[in-house]
Design a protein around this ligand. Structure first.
Ligand SMILES: *Cc1c(COP(=O)(O)O)cnc(C)c1O
Length: 441
């Protein structure tokens, strides 16, 4: 990194151009953004408009530079504009952007996913995490001939109608309990249990036993802030679903390749029937996947009769980015480096908060981190909601002002990349010490 980059901490001069850009954007797009949490509603102020990124940093349209802990909400595990990703996608781009016919790269990416995660035989590539979870649930219903699904409050699985029930961050941040426009019929088969609460899941199975097609879970919840599974929670889900002939779906759109090289499946050694991927597998492009055992996946058309399709599925540019990302990630020290940075960040945040007598709950799992302004340990959505959002808003803005870009909501995870350096972390923790000191104890 250059010297200018290292001076990030004192570099924030003005946000005038971002403010103008936001005004122009609001005139032509709802709320001025194309995805709600980008609008900074819960932290106040104007969203920062990005000009370009490199490694762990990005530059805004006013020329300010930030150490980035959002990384496009998770995908950029190698950092911004990683040379290998840029090269691979540029080469793919030159050969043509889309064919709607099979390419070799699709098989290569599917093999990489299969070989990285235990228990996967077949993979279907799609274009967004929403599409992956939606399709996985259709598949679970097709494979079991049942309709009901179980999800957990605070877990987000994309914005499909049937899943917009107690769906965490984006929704939580805006304080919408649900979304208007979702017909009652769409969620009638969606059952909701508290995260980390096996007894509630058992109670749902006692009541609906042979009607439940699947349980879908973020194995490490990352959409209500970072919440880890209690010992026994994931194995318990495996055993309850297995006993009742229901499928277990790990939604690893966020955790895949992040909480462990083989995702939560490998980290917790629990084998779900289906796994969804997104974010990291697309290397910053619109690409996602669902995958599972041959027996279940062979219900998918054209092998089977469950219909699911996509004009841009397995897009060659996106696929090239995914392959470049996953192959680089497998090289010695790459994933480990990002994970080590997550530990350093969380240890440092805890120390800085404690020095300022501010109670926080900070955790990391692999390359993901999270911090709640909360007195007690957070193990589900109800606990997360007791966090102090006022303190977070002050903290967030103080960090931003010092050139550190955290997610503009307390109910989001923080993401590390292989590009984050010791300097980045030192600068971040210095900024955090100042930000904590601003908060009333
Ligand atoms: C981001 C996310 C999704 C949705 O993915 P999109 O690509 O935004 O549609 C689904 N599930 C989880 C766990 C996610 O974090």
């Amino acid at each position: 990194m250059t010297d200018t980059a290292h001076r990030a901490k004192s570099a924030i001069l003005s946000h005038d151009r971002s403010a103008d850009a936001f005004a122009a954007a609001r005139a032509v797009m709802p709320g001025g953004v194309n995805s709600p949490v980008r609008a900074f509603r819960s932290v106040g102020g104007t969203p920062v408009f990005v000009d370009r990124g490199e490694g762990s940093r990005f530059w805004d349209v006013d020329g300010n530079v930030y150490v980035d802990y959002v990384l496009s909400w998770g995908p950029l595990i190698l950092g911004h504009a990683h040379p290998r990703v840029v090269e691979a996608t540029t080469a793919a781009l030159r050969k043509g952007t889309s064919f709607g016919a099979p390419t070799l790269a699709e098989t290569e990416l599917a093999e990489l996913i299969r070989d990285s995660v235990p228990g996967i035989d077949l993979v279907r590539l799609v274009s967004s995490g929403t599409e992956a979870t939606m399709s996985a649930l259709r598949l679970a219903r097709a494979a079991t001939g049942r309709d009901k699904i179980v999800k957990f409050s605070g877990c987000y699985h994309g914005h499909a109608d049937m899943l917009l029930v107690q769906a965490g961050s984006g929704v939580a941040t805006l304080g919408l309990p649900d979304s208007p426009g979702v017909p009652r019929g769409a969620t009638i088969d969606t059952l909701v249990a508290p995260f980390n609460d096996l007894e509630s899941v058992q109670a749902l199975f006692d009541e609906h036993r042979d009607d439940i097609a699947a349980v879908i879970v973020e194995p490490v919840a990352g959409n209500m802030g970072l919440v880890t599974p209690r010992d026994g929670f994931l194995p318990g889900l495996r055993s309850i679903t297995g006993k009742h002939g229901a499928l277990l779906i790990f939604d690893e759109v966020m955790t895949g390749f992040r909480v462990f090289p083989g995702g939560a499946v490998e980290l917790y050694d629990v084998q779900p029937d289906l796994v969804t991927f997104g974010k990291v597998v697309g290397g910053g492009f619109p690409l996602a996947a669902y995958a599972g055992t041959r027996a279940v996946m062979e219900h998918v058309a054209p092998a089977g009769t469950m219909y699911q399709a996509g004009t841009l599925s397995g897009n060659p540019v996106a696929t090239a980015a995914g392959i470049a990302t996953l192959t680089t990630l497998r090289e010695p020290g790459v994933w480990d480096g990002a994970a080590r940075s997550a530990t350093t960040l969380v240890d440092g945040l805890r120390k800085a908060a404690s020095a300022a007598s501010i109670p926080v709950q900070a955790t990391s799992v692999g390359t993901m981190a999270g911090m709640f302004f909360n007195d007690t340990q957070v193990s589900n959505y109800a606990d997360a909601q007791k966090s102090d959002t006022g303190r977070f808003a002050t903290f967030f803005n103080a960090m931003l002002q010092q050139g550190v870009y955290f997610a503009p909501s307390q109910f989001e995870a923080l993401f590390l990349s292989a590009a984050h350096t010791e300097q980045d972390l030192a600068l971040t923790l210095e900024a955090a010490a100042e930000a904590f000191a601003l908060l009333p104890a």
